[in-house]
Structures are given as structure tokens and as C-alpha cells.
Design a protein around this ligand. Structure first.
Ligand code: DGJ
Length: 744
């Protein structure tokens, strides 16, 4: 990593291992984007700016400054002066005018990286990252904007954020402040994003970029089930190994906008930041506003490289949890086993059986507090429902511990039920617009976490619960979107700050929780995977991926999630069949193998499993212990996607020194009268030889040679990658197989 500043040419270059990002000052004033792509050492690249082409720069063509602004590749474009593409910044003056004119005002390079106040962000020491700050100023508004760019040793990511400071004498209103902009010539780009719904999160979609604007966004107050704060522009030939990929991912969990725009000159502008819908921030003289971070990755070697760059950055410079590099306890969660219908006896029955099979932690899900026996009441009443847990929480926890299990608990601190003691006492604590009905969703309202007293009040209740017993794990859920946005605590001209202030409140509460309870393993969740984002990973090393626990549905969900996020963060459990979400029946073995690509656990009534299934649980537990270190820490390679081929799904994990690897293969659809398939492996050392071992369950139909050739056990890495591993077609749908490769 290196930051080069050529003061004479006014060129700034950020170098990562294999990429370079550049910008330059034009006419002593305009900060223009210069280059993003494969690594360039050369600073003599101002010719890329085309400043000698019409309409020419303002110093040479004063009569067409508007035309210049509308076609120059701007590093941080603004509203109001002639650039009609989507802007990154829109500021309204006290007089009501919407325009700004930021001019270059200097730079600074620092070792390390400043913290972003109250926000999740990547981090690094002075030795492993450097930051470039570029200062821009609007004289009339007295507005100073600092663009921050950080690069990390050994990584190909460039991380950006924006700081606005009011150095003027009057307040200004920031109506839009996006975090990153990237102007480029079109390369016949396609837009990739992650889309879905509840129980169908983060399915990959790829579509051509046409003229106009294509955006991916959320203004639901959360990163959302439906659209995701990730966008990549890819060249048409892009595969896992080939093609140019320009990706952005937002380190934020609230409203976002990601947009690609192709204009009349076939230039493309890509943007990401807080969604301007519903946003307006009043900046008083002397005040600052920080826009959250965007992680940009360029890969000239396709999607696989991009994925591994995100995974490595997040595992080394984003996730802070002490559990990040630890094998997490195998948990059993009672949600799909009992829903709200449980008591101490039922939980202990589950715990007893689970302990015998090697499971390590019982998680008590929704329904243990207030008078909750359905989702109609009690959110906010964070005290134990003694009808269900007669001896209280500590008593239950001690009994579970005596069985040899740790204990985890579910909470939903951001919410308040209309039918709760808390709401009866503090009706103004709910987000609402006075005079309007509050929109209900799952019969609940959202707490106004922009208010310190609300954050403190709820946090105290939760902290008391966590202190009252030996709790090892917390599942923090959030089960609805934000609506009827209004806060009793904000004046009229600050109501537009509520969405973002709400997120800052959530972050403040989570920060407090992990600070006060450093030994608790925190898992985030939002009605399944509505807040599986980089912001949340700053607080918790794992996030529940989806309420759809069906192994086959999970293939696409986990593929899309792992496109950006480390597999060590994906909450994945084995559940019962027919699956509650889709009614499908899949082999117990396959359910385990798919859940291995994640945190691994169970979500079923283990007391009702057959003896044969219980034996399989023991073997799956053993598999987890055998392979989790490799899966959690290794490099992820995608080999085949059922989304594309309709027949099989396959991925592999290779350890960092390429001495060990694990191949996962799921035959989703059995076909008759077909030959075996050669699956080309990736990431191995071509010069090494590997012994292949098929992992079988005891008593499974078929033998160790059912899928891979029995007469060949050692392969060269080169043959495995160039020609492929031979896998037979097994009998039946939804069959899965693991093959372990160990260097000879
Ligand atoms: C949504 C979560 O995704 C589920 O796992 C479960 O915890 C329910 N909420 C409980 O209400």
C-alpha cells in the first residue's frame, strides 16, 4: 500500500497491492477523478482527464462552465452549478438556495486511519494502513468537506468516507451527502446487486446498464431484505476468474442509495451513500457531520478476487469480536422447535438431548419475557415471564449449564409493543408523527433511539437481564421497518435527521453492550437477514442469514451473502423437514453440509429426531470440529452455481498456505443416464500433490467410492484445477458431498 502525491502535477494516487485509484486537481480548483484499475506507478497520467477536449476547462472556456461541469469526471459532484448527473452533495443555505461549489484547498497524508465518531468503520494501525485527506471548501457557505481515502497493507480495497464541517456563521442544511462517487467511461458495464425479500435474501442479479439511472436502495430504516448496500459494475466477460469488477459496499445498516448512471457521453457515474429520501441534516456553525464508509474494490480478475478481497478486509480490519478467529459454540435454538410455546421443562428436554449429541449451547429465542406468548405483546418489558420460566432466568441457566451447555438469549431492544408496560409508561418513546396512527408491523412500534434517555432506559433493562445470569450469547433481533418518522425530541427542522440518528442510537447501544459484556458472543439478526451488512459486522462477528433454513433455498442465499461477506459470519442452522418455510424434504446430511458453510447450529426439536438422525447429529458435530478452522479462516472459491446451471452447486475453501482444502458439492437435481462430472477446482497450488478423501457418514447408502474414483486417491493441484475432480452422479435429489484435499 502506498499513497503518492505529485504536487507539481497535482495528482494523487492510492496504491493497493494490485490496484491504483487516482485523482487530480484541474484549473487549481476542481477535483477530478483520474483513474481506477490495475496498479500504475506512473503519475504522468493527466492526459486521462481530456482537459484539451471541448468544452475545455473553465479557465479556457468561461462561456461553457455548465457544459464542463456536466461532463468532467468529478470526484465529489455537487448539486446546483451545472452537473446534471446525480450529485453526491446537496446543501441548502439558510436563504433556501441549493448549490455549492467546492474548490480544492489542500491535502494531508497520515499513517493509520481516523475513527469515524459513532459509526462502524474499518480500522487499522499506523503500520498497516494509510489515509489521504483531501480538503475542499465552499467560500460562500463556509463549508469545508474532507474526502478521506484509506488503503491497507496486503489488501486491494480502498475505503472512503466524507466529513463536512460548517466553518461559516450560519447553519446549512445537508440534504444529501453520499460517501463515494466513481466517474468512468462505460465499458459495456453490467450492474450486479443482491435482491430478495423476507426468507429470500441476497439473490444475485446481473443486468445490463442502460442509459439513465439504475439504483439499488432502501429507505426502510435498515439495509433490508429486499435490496442490499452492495453494487458492482462488471464488464460483460466477467466470471469468477475473468473480467473487470468495480464494487462498492456500504459500512452502514440504515437507508442507502447505490446508483449507476450512464449519460449522453457514455460515461458512467457510480455512487453510494445514505439515501437522501427523508434525510436532511442541520449543520450549525462549528458542527461536523460524518458520512459512513464505503469500501471499494477493483478486481481485474473477476468476481472471485473481489469476494476474497472483501472477506480478507472484513476479517482483518472490520470485525472486532474476540470470537472472530474462534470456533463458535455449536448452538441449538428453540425457535423452529417451539416458536412461542415453551416453558422451562421443554427447554431442558431440548438441552438434555442436545448435550448428549455434542451440541454446546442452548439459545432461548423469542417469548421469554413480559407476558409474551405470541408476537402481539411485551416488547420493551425485559423481565422474565415467570409463567414460562417458573424458577426465573438464573435458575434455568444454571440447570442448562449443569447439563454441560452454555446459555444464549434472544432480545429485540429496538422495539416496543403497544401492549406493553413500557408503552403504557412512555408512549412518546415510540417513533411517531403526532396526530397520525403509528403504522404497525408485526404488531409492534419502533423505539425512538435518537433519544439518549430511550437508549439508556432500554439498555439498562437489557443489561440487568444479562447480569442476572451467566449468559454467553445474545441474538439481537429487529423485526420491522421504520415508518411514520417523527421524534418528540427533535425540533421541526431536525426531523430529517431521525433515520440516521436512529442508526447512531442502535450503534451506541451495541457498542455499549459489547464493551460492558466483552465475553458475550453477539449475533445480529433482523427478521432473518434484513440487516446482514458490513455495519453490523463491526459489532457482531456473525449475523443470522435468513429465516429460510431449507438447505436448497439456502444455496442461493448463502451464495449471494458470501459474494461479499466472510462465511465465518453467516448464521446457518440445520432445521427439520418438511422445512417450515418451503415444505421441502432434503437429506439430513445435506442440511448439515450446507450449514457447515457458516456458524453451524441446530434449530429443531431435537427430542423428536429419530435414532438414525441423532447419530447423524453426532457425526455433523464431529465434522464441524474437524473443518471449522479451515472454513472460518480459509479462502472461499465458487465453483458452480445452481442459479446458473440448474443442476448443482459447488464451492471450496482452501487454507492460506494451500496445504488443505475442502470441496462442497450439492447435486440439487439427479439426472439419469449421465456421465460423471469434472469439476475444476480453484485456489490450489499447481505444483503440489493432494490426497483426496471423500467424507462419508457411517451407514450412509453408498460407500466412500460412490462419488469420487476409488482407484485414484492422489492428484496434482494442476490436474485438479485444469482438468477437474471427477464426481459421479449420485442417486437422488438434494444430495451433498464433501471431499477433503490434503497436501501429500
Ligand atoms: C426473526 C428471527 O429471524 C427468527 O430467527 C426468530 O428469532 C424470530 N424473529 C423471533 O421473533
Amino acid at each position: 500500500m502506498k499513497i503518492t502525491v505529485d504536487e507539481k502535477r497535482q495528482v494523487f494516487l492510492l496504491h493497493t497491492e494490485n490496484t491504483t485509484y487516482g485523482m487530480a486537481v484541474v484549473d487549481g480548483r476542481f477535483l477530478e477523478h483520474l483513474y481506477y484499475g490495475g496498479r500504475l506507478e506512473d503519475t504522468d497520467i493527466r492526459y486521462l482527464l481530456r482537459t484539451d477536449e471541448a468544452p475545455l476547462v473553465p479557465s479556457q472556456n468561461k462561456r461553457e462552465t455548465g457544459a464542463f461541469l456536466d461532463c468532467a469526471p468529478m470526484e465529489y459532484p455537487e448539486t446546483g452549478m451545472g452537473d446534471y448527473r446525480e450529485s453526491a452533495l446537496c446543501v441548502r443555505s439558510i436563504a433556501g438556495h441549493r448549490a455549492s461549489e467546492l474548490a480544492y484547498a489542500g491535502y494531508e497524508v497520515m499513517e493509520g486511519k481516523p475513527k469515524l465518531p459513532g459509526l462502524p468503520a474499518t480500522w487499522g494501525s499506523q503500520a498497516d494502513c494509510s489515509t489521504l485527506k483531501i480538503f475542499l471548501k465552499d467560500q460562500l457557505l463556509g463549508l469545508k468537506v474532507t474526502l478521506l481515502y484509506s488503503v491497507f497493507a496486503g489488501s486491494d480495497a480502498v475505503v472512503r468516507s466524507v466529513l463536512a464541517e460548517n466553518e461559516g456563521k450560519e447553519p446549512v442544511y445537508i440534504e444529501k451527502i453520499l460517501s463515494a462517487c466513481l466517474d468512468m467511461d462505460d465499458q459495456d458495464f453490467q450492474v450486479m446487486g443482491l435482491f430478495g425479500s423476507w426468507a429470500r435474501e441476497r439473490h444475485i442479479q446481473r443486468m445490463p446498464l442502460g442509459y439513465g439511472r439504475q439504483n439499488i436502495s432502501s429507505f426502510k430504516g435498515e439495509s433490508s431484505h429486499q435490496e442490499h448496500p452492495f453494487m458492482a459494475l462488471v464488464t460483460p466477460e466477467t466470471t469468477q476468474e475473468t473480467g473487470r469488477v468495480y464494487a462498492m459496499n456500504f459500512v452502514y445498516s440504515g437507508n442507502f442509495l447505490a446508483q449507476a448512471e450512464k449519460n449522453q457521453f457514455d460515461s458512467v457515474r457510480m455512487l453510494m451513500g445514505i439515501h437522501p429520501e427523508g434525510f436532511c441534516w442541520k449543520l450549525e456553525p462549528g458542527a461536523q457531520f460524518t458520512a459512513p464508509e464505503v469500501v471499494m474494490v477493483y478486481s481485474g480478475e473477476g468476481l472471485g478476487k473481489m469476494t476474497r478481497t472483501f472477506h480478507d478486509l472484513y476479517r482483518t480490519h472490520l470485525i472486532r469480536s474476540p470470537y472472530l478467529h474462534q470456533k463458535r459454540p455449536i448452538l441449538i435454538n428453540n425457535w423452529e422447535a417451539t416458536y412461542f410455546d415453551f416453558d422451562e421443562t421443554k427447554l431442558l428436554d431440548i438441552a438434555r438431548e442436545a448435550a448428549e449429541l455434542g451440541i454446546e449451547m442452548l439459545v432461548m429465542d423469542d417469548g421469554w419475557f413480559g407476558k409474551r406468548s405470541s408476537d402481539d405483546s411485551s416488547l420493551g418489558d425485559w423481565f422474565v415471564n415467570e409463567e414460562k420460566l417458573k424458577g426465573g432466568l438464573n435458575d434455568l441457566v444454571e440447570k442448562v449449564k449443569a447439563l454441560g451447555l452454555k446459555f444464549g438469549i434472544w432480545i429485540e431492544p429496538e422495539m416496543i409493543s403497544p401492549d406493553s408496560e413500557l408503552y403504557r409508561k412512555h408512549p412518546d418513546w415510540a417513533i411517531q408523527i403526532p396526530g397520525r396512527d403509528i403504522t404497525q408491523s408485526r404488531a409492534q412500534y419502533v423505539l425512538d433511539l435518537s433519544r439518549d434517555e430511550v437508549v439508556d432506559g432500554v439498555y439498562q433493562m437489557i443489561a440487568d437481564v444479562l447480569r442476572s445470569a451467566d449468559i454467553s450469547y445474545v441474538k439481537w433481533d429487529m423485526n420491522r421497518q421504520l415508518t411514520t418518522m417523527g421524534s418528540y425530541a427533535l425540533p421541526a427542522d431536525r426531523q430529517g435527521e431521525l433515520f440516521h440518528r436512529y442508526m447512531l442510537g442502535v450503534y451506541r447501544m451495541q457498542e455499549r453492550l459489547i464493551t460492558d459484556f466483552p465475553d458475550i458472543l453477539l449475533e445480529n439478526c433482523s427478521g432473518g437477514g434484513a440487516r446482514f451488512d458490513a455495519g453490523m459486522l463491526y459489532y457482531s462477528p456473525q449475523i443470522w442469514c435468513s429465516d429460510d433454513t431449507d438447505a436448497i433455498e439456502r444455496l442461493e442465499i448463502q451464495e449471494g451473502t458470501a459474494l461479499v461477506y466472510p462465511v465465518s459470519a453467516m448464521g446457518a442452522h440445520v432445521s427439520v423437514c418438511p422445512n417450515h418455510a418451503v415444505g421441502r424434504t432434503t437429506p439430513f446430511e445435506t442440511r448439515g453440509d450446507v450449514a457447515l458453510l457458516g456458524t453451524f447450529g441446530y434449530e429443531l426439536d431435537i427430542t423428536k429426531l429419530s435414532p438414525q438422525e441423532k447419530e447423524l447429529v453426532k457425526e455433523q458435530v464431529a465434522r464441524y470440529h474437524q473443518y471449522n478452522d479451515l472454513i472460518r479462516e480459509g479462502d472461499y472459491y465458487r465453483l458452480g452455481s445452481v442459479r446458473e446451471n440448474g443442476i448443482y452447486d459447488s464451492w471450496m475453501i482452501v487454507d492460506k498456505d494451500k496445504s488443505r482444502a475442502l470441496l462442497f458439492y450439492v447435486q440439487v437435481r439427479r439426472r439419469v443416464n449421465v456421465k460423471s462430472r469434472f469439476v475444476r477446482l480453484k485456489g490450489l497450488d499447481p505444483e503440489k500433490n493432494y490426497a483426496a478423501k471423500e467424507c462419508c457418514f457411517a451407514g450412509e447408502s453408498g460407500t466412500a467410492s460412490e462419488w469420487i474414483p476409488a482407484d485414484k486417491t492422489v492428484y496434482s493441484g494442476r490436474a485438479l484445477m485444469e482438468a477437474g475432480m471427477r464426481l459421479a452422479s449420485a442417486y437422488g435429489d438434494f444430495r451433498s458431498r464433501l471431499v477433503e484435499f490434503t497436501q501429500e
